[in-house]
Design a protein around this ligand. Structure first.
Ligand SMILES: NC(=O)c1ccc[n+]([C@@H]2O[C@H](COP(=O)([O-])OP(=O)(O)OC[C@H]3O[C@@H](n4cnc5c(N)ncnc54)[C@H](OP(=O)(O)O)[C@@H]3O)[C@@H](O)[C@H]2O)c1
Length: 338
C-alpha cells in the first residue's frame, strides 16, 4: 500500500451570500484510507465546473439535497481507477466519469460512475458535449423544445457548454438559430465556429432591436440558460404555440435580492405558448442514446465542441467564478491531476 497518497479536497466551509468568497471553501488534506472489499480508488484528473454547483450550496429545497457544511464540494468528475479490492465493476486502468466531487481521489464502489472510452473522443469531451451539458442540450432542445425544421430558435448562453450544443443540434434539425452571448469575440465564435445563423452580444447591443432584426417572424423556441431580463425580453417575441425551455437562470444564481422573474408572462397566454422547466437527471436512462448520436455528429464534423481547461485544485474558486464573469468559452473544466 502506497502510504504517500494524499487526498486534497475542497470542502464547503460556509454557505455563500452572493458570490462565493475566500471563506466559502477550504482546501483540506487527508490520507487515503485502505480499501474495503468491493471498493476502488479513483485518481481524479478533471473536475466539471457547472453553474448548478452554486445552487447546491444554498440550504433550500431543490431537485437534489444541498451540500452540507464540512462535505466535499459536489461536482462531476473524470478519472482513472488506480487500485481495487475484491470484485469491482471497473478494473485498474479504466477511465470513469461520475460524481467524484472536488477532490483528487475518491474511494467508491462505483455507484453513479460509468466507464468511458478514451479512444472514442477526447477525455474532456466526456464532461462537455458527451457529458452532462451535452445530455442537457440534447433532451432539452429535442424533447422539451420539440423543435421542427424551419422554426426560429433563440438560445442564450450560446457560447457555453449547454448553449453551444443546443444551437448546433437545432441547426442539424434545419432551424434558423439565433444565439445570445456576452462580448464581440464570443458572438463571432458562435457564428463562425459553431455555425449559428446570428448571435446577439447582449452586453453591447439593444436586445429588442436585435431580436426584431434576427427573428422578424418571432421566436418558436427559446432555450433559456440565463433567466432575468433576457428571458423577459424574449417572451415579448414568442410566436403562436412557442415553447420556452427553462434550463437555467445563471443571471440570478448569485442574487442577494429578489429573483427577477418574467413580467411578460402574459405572452404565454396570448400566444398559447408553454414554458417548461427541465432537469437533465430525469433523462439518465436514455443518456446512451444521446451519447451515441452526439458522438456520431462529432465524428461527422457536424458538432464542434470546446473545453476551456484550467489547472490546480487550489485554484478551484477562481476558476469556478469564470462561469459568472463569462471569462471562458465552451465547457469549463479544472484539471487537478499533475
Ligand atoms: N436543467 C438542467 O438539468 C441543467 C443542466 C446543466 C446546466 N443547466 C443550466 O444551463 C445553464 C448553462 O450552463 P453551462 O454549464 O452551459 O454554463 P456555461 O454557459 O458554459 O457558462 C455560463 C455562462 O453564462 C453566461 N452568464 C454568466 N452570467 C450571466 C448573466 N448575468 N447574464 C447572462 N449570461 C450570463 C456567461 O456567458 P457570457 O459570456 O455569454 O455572458 C458564462 O460563460 C446554466 O443556467 C445551468 O445552470 C441546467
Amino acid at each position: 500500500m502506497d502510504t504517500n497518497l494524499i487526498n486534497y479536497k475542497q470542502v464547503l466551509k460556509n454557505r455563500p451570500y452572493g458570490i462565493p468568497d475566500d471563506n466559502t471553501w477550504e482546501l483540506v488534506k487527508t490520507k487515503i484510507e485502505d480499501l474495503k472489499d468491493g471498493e476502488m480508488l479513483i485518481q481524479q484528473d478533471y473536475i466539471s465546473l457547472d453553474p448548478a454547483m452554486r445552487g447546491w450550496m444554498n440550504d433550500v429545497r431543490s431537485y437534489i439535497p444541498p451540500v452540507q457544511i464540512g462535505e466535499v464540494m459536489r461536482a462531476g468528475s473524470l478519472g482513472r481507477v488506480i487500485r481495487v479490492s475484491g470484485k469491482t465493476p471497473f478494473k485498474v486502468g479504466d477511465y470513469v466519469s461520475g460524481w467524484g466531487g472536488v477532490q483528487s481521489y475518491i474511494i467508491t464502489k462505483g455507484e453513479n460512475f460509468y466507464k468511458i472510452n478514451p479512444d472514442r473522443s477526447s477525455l474532456t469531451s466526456y464532461l462537455g458535449a458527451l457529458g452532462m451539458p451535452g445530455m442537457t442540450a440534447y433532451f432539452g432542445i429535442l424533447e422539451v423544445g420539440e423543435i421542427k425544421e424551419g422554426e426560429t430558435v433563440l438560445v442564450s448562453g450560446a457560447a457555453g457548454a449547454v448553449g453551444s450544443i443546443v444551437g448546433q443540434i437545432a441547426k442539424i434539425k434545419g432551424c434558423n438559430v439565433v444565439g445570445i452571448a456576452g462580448g464581440k469575440s464570443k458572438s463571432k465564435y458562435v457564428v463562425e465556429s459553431l455555425g449559428f445563423d446570428s448571435c446577439i452580444d447582449y452586453k453591447e447591443a439593444n436586445l429588442v432591436n436585435e431580436l426584431k432584426k434576427y427573428c422578424p417572424k418571432g421566436i418558436d423556441v427559446y432555450f433559456d440558460n440565463v433567466g432575468g431580463e433576457i428571458l423577459d425580453t424574449a417572451l415579448v417575441f414568442l410566436r403562436k404555440k412557442a415553447r420556452v425551455v427553462i434550463c437555467g437562470a445563471i443571471s440570478q444564481y448569485n442574487s442577494t435580492g429578489n429573483i427577477i422573474g418574467p413580467k411578460n408572462y402574459l405572452s404565454l397566454l396570448v400566444n398559447r405558448a408553454s414554458m417548461r422547466g427541465m432537469i437533465v437527471l430525469d433523462y439518465a436512462a436514455e443518456y446512451g442514446v444521446a451519447m451515441k448520436q452526439i458522438s456520431e455528429w462529432i465524428q461527422e464534423g457536424r458538432i464542434v465542441h470546446k473545453e476551456d481547461v484550467y489547472e490546480g485544485i487550489e485554484n478551484f474558486r477562481d476558476v469556478f467564478l469564470r462561469l459568472f464573469t463569462g471569462d471562458k468559452i465552451g465547457k469549463l473544466i479544472l484539471k487537478i491531476s499533475k
